[in-house]
Design a protein around this ligand. Structure first.
Ligand SMILES: *[C@@H]1O[C@H](CO)[C@@H](O)[C@H](O)[C@H]1NC(C)=O
Ligand SMILES: *[C@@H]1O[C@H](CO)[C@@H](O)[C@H](O)[C@H]1NC(C)=O
Length: 318
């Protein structure tokens, strides 16, 4: 059985102890904003998780069952951790969905955090950017394909691997580029209908790291109804999440020219095969921080109590 299917079917561990009382998760910084969303007590019930409360109220530090620190704010606000007020044995969670290339200052956090919440599969709380879930069709109709390849990029830097590959592809493949870096920005609601007109979407990650597969793959390509051409972790990583014939991996080709030739000369029956998964599976996007944080409660009874990340940076860079 394919790995991704095993993962999909993995049952909740047997004998899961029902939480005695509500688990309270304190979110020290709400990610990317200083205005946390409304967090009613039933927030996590909304995501299928009972007995779980999220709060941004720092007065709960003394009593929270776990405290989450989002890395971006630790990095940019240089905010101090409330180490002197930390109750004995209170689990602290380091949370980030960014890759190591976009993460600085981890060496400040030696021996502090007990659990990690990230896209890395070996995280204590593993939160991918998306997943496929069973679905008994009929699959929604695919948009009509009138164009070849699209790419949306907001931060174009020549030193990035994806910029190099793009430069090598354009002599052989028509690529329409959108996004801030191209001078053709797309409004939030225009992105999916625009890229859906294309046969292929360049799901090029901004940096290549273990398990780092983002919404460029899940949302911009799979959910939009176009075929992702991926630059990211190795093919085997993608195959842990989706069927092997749902995407084109740039590593399968010895040159950009060969990759372009494959995309351009593909006939319709070969092309349609990339969508076979849609008859039985559908994309679920997992971009909501509330849902990500609520998933801490699902793992809470099983997380190691005495674990400490002595070398968080070393772990994350590995
Ligand atoms: C924060 O929690 C404290 C302690 O439970 C409570 O007294 C206070 O009213 C809360 N603040 C807000 C804004 O909910
Ligand atoms: C389409 O291309 C595939 C792969 O090259 C080939 O095996 C198949 O026979 C082609 N189908 C048609 C209808 O031309």
């Amino acid at each position: 059985m394919a790995l991704w299917l095993l993962w999909l079917l993995e049952p909740a561990p047997w004998g899961a102890p029902a939480p005695q009382t509500t688990v309270t998760i304190l979110i020290w910084h709400w990610p990317f904003t200083n205005r946390p969303p409304e967090l009613p007590g039933d927030t996590c019930s909304h995501y299928g998780m009972a007995g779980c409360r999220l709060s941004a109220n720092r007065s709960l530090l003394a009593s929270a069952d776990a405290v989450v620190f989002h890395h971006r704010e630790l990095q940019t606000l240089k905010s101090r951790l409330p180490l002197d007020q930390r109750p004995n044995g209170q689990p602290w969670v380091w949370a980030s969905m960014e890759s190591p290339s976009n993460t600085r200052g981890l060496h400040h956090f030696r021996g502090i955090f007990n659990w990690v919440l990230s896209y890395r599969r070996d995280s204590d709380i593993f939160v991918p950017y998306g997943r496929l879930e069973p679905y008994s069709g009929p699959a929604p109709p695919l948009p009509t394909k009138s164009k070849m390849a699209a790419w949306v990029v907001s931060n174009f830097q020549e030193r990035q691997q994806r910029a190099k590959l793009y430069r090598q592809l354009v002599p052989h493949l028509r690529v329409d580029v959108f996004g801030r870096a191209s001078g053709r920005p797309l409004c939030a609601n225009c992105l999916l209908p625009t890229v859906a007109q294309y046969r292929f979407y360049l799901s090029f990650e901004n940096s290549q790291h273990r398990d780092y597969i983002t919404e460029k793959f899940w949302r911009n390509a799979l959910a939009a109804g176009t075929v992702p051409v991926v630059l990211g972790p190795p093919r085997a990583t993608y195959e842990a999440f989706v069927p092997a014939d749902a995407f084109v991996h740039v590593d399968d080709f010895s040159s950009a020219r060969e990759l372009a030739g494959f995309l351009v000369s593909m006939n319709e029956s070969s092309y349609q095969r990339f969508f076979a998964w849609r008859d039985r599976l559908r994309v679920r996007l997992l971009g909501d921080w509330r849902e990500r944080f609520c998933s801490i409660c699902a793992r809470y009874p099983y997380l190691p109590r005495s674990q400490v990340y002595e070398d968080l940076e070393g772990w994350f860079q590995a």
